[in-house]
Design a protein around this ligand. Sequence first.
Ligand code: BGC
Length: 747
Amino acid sequence: MKKIISLAAVLLIVFVVQAQQPLYKNAKATIEDRINDLLKRMTPLEKAGQLNQLNGGIFTGPAANDPGQLAKIEMVKEGKVGSFLNVTGANETRALQKVAVEQSRLGIPLLFAFDVIHGYKTIFPIPLAEACSWDITQIEKDAAIAAKESAAAGLHWTFAPMCDISNDPRWGRVMEGAGEDPFYGSIVAAARVRGLQGNLNDADHIMACVKHFAAYGAVQAGREYNTVDVSRVALWNKYLPPYYAAVKAGAATVMNAFNVFDGVPASGNKYLVHDILEKKWAFKGFVVSDWNSFDEMITHGYAANRKDAAYKALIAGSMMDMESKVVVDYLPELVKEGKISMQMVDDDVRRVLYYKFKLGLFDDPYKFSDATREKATEFTQANRNEARKAADASIVLLKNDHNVLPIDAASNPSIALIGYFAKSKADLFDFWIANGKAEDAISVLEGMKERFVHSNISYSDGYLPDGHTNNQLIEEAVANANNAAVVVVNIGLSGKLAGEDRSLANPVIPEGQVALLKALHATGKPIIAVVSAGRPLVLTAIQPYVHAIVYSWILGTETGHAVADVLSGDYNPSGKTVMSFPYAVGQIPVYYDHYNTGRPLPDSGDQNWKSRYRDIPNAPLYPFGFGLSYTHFNYNHLSLSNNTIAKGSPLQVTVQLTNTGQKAGYEVAQLYIRQMTASIVQPIKALKAFKRVYLQPGEVKTLQFTLTDKDFSFYDGEGNVHIEPGAFKVFVGGNSHDVLEKDFTLK
Ligand code: BGC
């Protein structure tokens, strides 16, 4: 009886507590009801707080007493912060979350964000390199691993994927994207979102952020933070598709860009944020500024002062303010003055709160901050295996004269390995390595020693860390080469020159490295260049001095293993470049999907009064989609299901692909189309489909592609979709230049 009474008492207490508990804390209520309840309780300042994101840092140990950190903690207690960036690790995030949950009036949990661009601890190839794999399954898997490692370290949100199309390797941030093509960029962007987010209903996935909206990749002359001036036709057809694909894949957030569009900074650009993102695309997540980009509208000359900046950002539809604090400082005042409606503020805040509920943070604020899981999840052998697979597939073989590659490990050749980058782990990594550690990575020297275990591998620097060289370094390298059967030279640019604020007027192989190659070439030995860089470099100057070029980009943790996999032939290279390699710097921007112009230069011609250069060819050194293999693939018998098709009916395209070489390998078959005449001129080629297929030596496969109306459509400058009847060409091949071709008509 006693037991029954005490049970009843407990139940009563639970009932009373539940009844007293605000609705927003009741896990059984719907998210909508919980948000409505919470919004009713919030002051304007607390609402502004949810739209305020601060840069974090360290909040535990001695750093916690730093006045700057103490001030941030005070703001959290006052409900003035909704999110932090750059606070990482289960313990750090837990400590700060505790302040928000236990010491702020309403106990609203924080969102922790970080730039996890290509891995958190296990560092995958830079996104540009990874995109050269054309392996969408692997790309999605890499993103999922990055999310899992991040989530265990307390993160809820990454500022990725970057979906900026760019034609300009002077821009350091090309490394973060998927190259120059909008169709392919869209497929990669969606895969990255799927990998990062899953269904956002467990503790293994995090929110994605589509950035930088919009057209940031078109910065003039490739100079970071510079002006963008693109037409609306280019905006819709070239720049917007990858952002759109990422939004459609369910991305929770979108980030403003630093640039202007049509003369208006992206953060305050109503056309971009309100008209396109919110209205046309029906985006339901929230928009975050780029770092201080609300405030920078003053410097742009668009906002008069900080209050005006907050006003212009919010009415354009932008929401969360990263680091400029104009929203938290001025939103309440703007509401009071009637300049901004409470309904609009509520709509913005509702979106942020929605994701906090969806992630389960109101019910378990520490769900993501789990030190045990963090330890067990990060940098595991399984994750590294995936990073190695991704790195193998990212490498692009650009040249292989006389089949100098692969190097036959079984014959134990002596190898001269030359090049400072081959042993410098710090240079394997770029600007965005999250919490990856250089000392954990495999250098090219280590990878080669491990693979060519019975070969004598003798190393020399060849050049200085800055790319310069001197006689002594060259002499040592030449002596080293003279004693070896084969010479592998790791050149290029340090990973530290890839990423934000890393624009280069001359994306070329440094002179010292060219001089080194010249001297090595004179030895008469086979010279294999392994080129590391976060962008396509102009390789014209080194062409005469090397027999092979292995473009290894910046490959991350497993660099050395992957380079050795390819040099040894353990992995048959299959990467195809997703950015054109310029012939000369003056040719930039160079890209495959350009217009025909009124005066195109014929492929074979040397004619006057054509759109041409007098000193160099029009064509890039290596076109979009190009990459060699250790085997050969032949394309034959391109055929179409019909020569004429009606709108609404599909067109089947088939081609026969044969592996005519001696090795099994992957080929990426690419399909392009061209509409010959339209109300808006169309590119001379536009990628519409691809297949990555594996063929044994001698194997023949018939590849089939289906094209539908969507593939024949284009946008006008207002974002309306057109499908216009007329003559088309379809092209299929192993890169954007060497293709078979057929005609058809759309009725
Ligand atoms: C970059 C963003 C990045 C943000 C936060 C900015 O400078 O442009 O891409 O997400 O910083 O680190």
